[in-house]
Design a protein around this ligand. Structure first.
Ligand code: CP
Length: 322
């Protein structure tokens, strides 16, 4: 595996899920693979789960993780080519990436969407520079448009808890005070479209996800109707993807609190499990009662972040050790 950005990069999903079961059952069985290997984990943005699960997975595989928080532990980095660097950024990615690559075997990058320039974000301009200038396998630890490690962990969790062969899974927009990127819903949609589930997306009008990720998924603008008979509710806020109106890209179009997932919403489901990638704003995205209920999967979902990234790192190490 050379890079991990999209669902296609993991190959057959049944095979990947079986490998995830094996890794979860016996996390230290592949400790020899990472001997004398280093992974560089580069964070342009904050993280709790991604940072800790990546480090834990690296240790499980016998690998040495180095974490770099850009702008805190390092110089501030310029990301755009052709600019006069007379501001507060002391170093360009063009030099920083090959230097970092010279110290490691695999690179993981967290770099959120700026939400100012849709073309810049949707071209994955920063992530692609890591691919181009590092020459190393690259993992998106949530980049401008995708969060594949989260989506793989979500699929593992759904596979573990499903009570039907083909469960109904609903991705629901929910309100948030700040404009958030579309990476999590994009990847969740991409992975659910590839999985054997009945997938429905619900959001207010104007929040349509990019067709690259939404694919042929059903979109239902009536949230309660979408929730009917659901087995899994996956709540998430995202800002306007700018599909129907590019001028609205990155904007908050709605803060409608009637979209907060509460007990009345869950009552029309088939006793659905509640999921969210975390961090979550309580009583904005989801009510206390729903997230604290026994049907809330937010903690096992976060725990599976170690499993998903460990499968990805394991495959990259196997390719490096060939
Ligand atoms: N879900 C997720 O990626 O969490 P962090 O932002 O804390 O890493």
């Amino acid at each position: 595996m050379k890079s991990f950005f999209h669902v296609q990069d993991i190959g057959n999903l049944s095979t990947a899920l079986e490998e995830a079961r094996q890794v979860k059952a016996n996390p230290f069985a592949w400790k020899h693979l990472g001997e004398n290997k280093t992974i560089m984990l580069v964070f342009f943005n904050s993280s709790l789960r991604t940072r800790l699960s990546s480090q834990k997975a690296a240790y499980n595989l016998g690998m040495n993780p180095i974490v770099l928080n850009i702008g805190q532990d390092s110089w501030k980095l310029e990301t755009e080519l052709g600019v006069v660097m007379d501001g507060d950024k002391s170093e360009h990615l063009r030099e920083a990436i090959p230097v970092m690559a010279s110290y490691c075997d695999i690179i993981g990058v967290r770099s959120f969407a700026g939400l100012q320039d849709r073309d810049f974000d949707y071209a994955e301009t920063i992530l692609q520079q890591f691919v181009q200038y590092s020459g190393k396998p690259v993992i998106s630890l949530e980049s401008a448009t995708v969060h594949p490690c989260q989506a793989f962990a979500d699929l593992i969790t759904i596979d573990e808890y499903k009570k039907k062969a083909r469960p109904k899974v609903v991705l629901s927009w929910a309100p948030h005070p700040r404009a958030l990127p579309q990476a999590v819903p994009n990847s969740f949609a991409e992975w659910m479209n590839a999985a054997d589930v009945d997938f429905v997306i619900t959001h207010p009008e104007g929040y349509e996800l990019d067709p690259l990720f939404a694919g042929n998924a059903k979109v239902e603008y009536d949230q309660m109707k979408a929730f009917e008979g659901a087995d899994f509710i996956y709540a998430k806020n995202w800002s306007c993807p700018g599909v129907t109106n590019p001028a609205d890209y990155g904007k908050i179009l709605s803060k409608d609190m009637s979209w907060t997932v509460d007990e009345a919403h869950m009552a029309v489901t088939d006793n659905a499990f509640f999921m969210h990638c975390l961090p979550v704003r309580r009583n904005m995205i989801v009510s206390d009662a729903v997230i604290d209920a026994p049907t809330s999967l937010v903690i096992p979902e976060a725990a599976n972040r170690v499993v998903s990234i460990q499968v990805v790192m394991k495959r990259m190490l196997e390719a490096l050790n060939l």
